[in-house]
Design a binder for this molecule. Structure first.
Ligand SMILES: Nc1ncnc2c1ncn2[C@@H]1O[C@H](COP(=O)(O)OP(=O)(O)OP(=O)(O)O)[C@@H](O)[C@H]1O
Ligand SMILES: [Mg+2]
Length: 401
């Protein structure tokens, strides 16, 4: 939620809007490209890095016991679609607010290109934010909303008109440019909010759960739209969501957060297929966790069967917990072969494209197996005795904890 103090203009003494707190939210005015404080400390070129978060912690004065961010480091690359993913309260918005400049870090520093921006006010950072509730001005037209930030920056009239046209085209809202924003749909409002934030051509766009107010169909459409906008503009997007599917489908890289820490950063495939720890595996996709014993590069499941695995750094031989994704497990009726495990089928759920079988191993451990439905394949029946579970090659992942 944007707050009045979020508006960079509230800190700019020359701002005309200071007398109008009701419109001081997400004005698209946060950035002022190329005007970073030249007195900031330089360091060697950051290369492809857009935003470098270096060992940042945040402790709010009202809650000194809690670290909303706890020693967070992440280098976000230029032109990247980077997503912060994690459960409610893990620190996603706090990290965005620090990057935007609405809050100072308690410890650590933030760098943009080769400059330390930790103490730079929001309006001097080439960064803009799209908030969850859009915060559009309802009495203004679509075009006026998009122009607003540029007017506050004192841009010339003809330049503003050209940029507004460019933005209207980018978000495909030309036909509704004279309509009040109170008279357009939620998805259209979202487009206008994006256009307004993109209009001053920020280097970095921060998006805090921008799709959460939309229904599922519109949300899917806007996901594609956001991806297209990011590709076309080449702007670095830092996107916040607690929806793992959204994170996997849209991002170049994802940072998974929990309790103020970043647990893992990686491409969606890496995060999904090689989660570093149990929390990440559990938060992203469906998971079965099984007890096993690691010796060399082989794990032996308690329930039987040995599998070659990649052993993550820092994992010692001995008892380990392994991950088996449901789509890497399958079941058939019959006696188990040498590489299969005996199971009991407890429940079978048909879900259109797939069948999910709830299985019980000889150790009592529960496993879900998800198998695509193919034409002509006989359905499984619940309660069938003498079933065998197969595990796809590479289907077992050793977790750190
Ligand atoms: N101004 C504040 N004062 C004190 N504590 C705060 C403040 N803002 C956030 N927090 C605390 O910091 C932690 C992180 O909050 P944050 O808003 O960053 O979470 P989030 O990951 O964005 O959650 P959500 O998904 O619910 O939006 C929470 O424990 C929250 O209560
Ligand atoms: Mg939040």
């Amino acid at each position: 939620m944007p707050r009045p103090e979020d508006c960079c203009l509230s800190r700019a003494p020359s701002c005309k809007l200071i007398e109008k707190p009701s419109v001081m939210q997400d004005t698209g005015m946060q950035q002022e490209t190329g005007n970073m404080d030249s007195t900031e400390t330089s360091r060697p070129s950051a290369g492809d890095t857009a935003i470098d978060v270096v060992r940042v912690s945040k402790i709010f004065p009202g809650d000194p016991e809690v670290r909303a961010l706890d020693d967070v480091s992440v280098a976000i690359r230029r032109n990247e679609f980077f997503t912060l993913l994690g459960p409610s309260g893990c620190g996603k918005t706090t990290l965005l607010r620090l990057i935007a400049g609405f809050e100072p870090p308690s410890m650590g520093s933030l760098r943009l290109r080769d400059k330390d921006i930790s103490r730079l006010p929001p309006n001097r950072r080439p960064i803009n934010t799209v908030f969850q509730n859009y915060a559009l001005f309802p009495h203004m037209s679509v075009a006026q909303n998009i122009a607003f930030g540029l007017e506050m920056l004192g841009k010339p009239r003809d330049e503003i008109a050209a940029t507004v046209d460019e933005m209207l085209k980018l978000v495909q809202m030309e036909a509704l440019k004279n309509r009040r924003t109170s008279e357009i749909s939620g998805g259209q409002q979202q487009r206008v909010a994006l256009a307004r934030a993109l209009a001053p051509h920020p280097e970095v766009l921060l998006l805090d759960e921008p799709l959460s107010a939309l229904d599922l169909k519109l949300r899917k459409e806007m996901q594609i739209e956001l991806k297209r906008l990011q590709n076309e503009t080449g702007i670095t997007f830092i996107f916040v969501t607690h929806d793992q599917e959204e994170a996997l489908t849209m991002s170049d890289r994802v940072a998974v957060m929990s309790a103020g820490k970043i647990l893992q950063i990686g491409a969606p495939r890496e995060i999904y297929e090689a989660p570093a720890e149990r929390f990440v595996a559990n938060f992203i996709g469906e998971s079965n966790f099984l007890d096993a014993e690691l010796a060399g590069d082989t794990v032996r499941l308690k329930a039987g069967g040995s599998f070659r695995v990649a052993v993550p750094d820092g994992v010692a031989a001995g008892p380990v917990s392994v991950l088996l994704r449901p789509e890497h497990a399958s079941v058939r009726i019959g006696e188990p072969g040498p590489e299969e495990l005996p199971v009991q089928i407890e429940n079978v759920v048909y879900s259109g494209d797939a069948t999910v079988a709830h299985l019980r191993l000889s150790t009592g451990e529960a496993v879900k197996a998800r198998m695509p439905n193919a034409p002509g394949v006989a359905p499984l029946s619940s309660g069938a005795k003498g079933a065998a579970m197969g595990i796809a090659p590479g289907g077992i992942t050793v977790l750190k904890d």
